[in-house]
Design a protein around this ligand. Structure first.
Ligand SMILES: [Zn+2]
Length: 115
């Protein structure tokens, strides 16, 4: 079975429930990952800046975990997304949005590294 998003052959070499999910979505592992990011993007949980997707674990400076456990090792970022502005030190990079997902996930945020 080919992935209906990228056309690659879908590899069903995961546990059964996972294979069933991929089969139901007709998506390869990578496109399934991006379908999940797309749902987050539509809910405002993930944003895209410069063609890359990011998900803030929190929209503030957190002090409850050592920085080595935080996204980008606790780097501070200023985010402007959906009319909201905040600084986070727990931002997670999800990767470059693949070509075939870009029309559904255009840039929708400004991101600035603070320190
Ligand atoms: Zn695919």
């Amino acid at each position: 079975m080919d992935c209906k998003y990228c056309g690659e052959l879908i590899q069903f070499h995961f546990y059964e429930a996972r294979n069933d999910e991929l089969r139901a979505e007709q998506a390869c592992f990578s496109c399934d990952f991006w379908l999940r990011r797309l749902k987050e993007y539509q809910k405002g949980e993930t944003f895209v800046s410069g063609g890359c997707a990011y998900t803030p674990a929190v929209k503030r400076i957190r002090t409850d975990k050592p920085s080595r456990w935080l996204g980008f090792a606790g780097t501070h970022w200023e985010v402007k997304h959906n009319g909201e502005e905040y600084i986070t030190n727990d931002l997670w990079h999800r990767g470059s949005v693949p070509e075939h997902f870009r029309e559904w996930m255009p840039d929708n945020a400004e991101l600035r590294r603070l320190r």
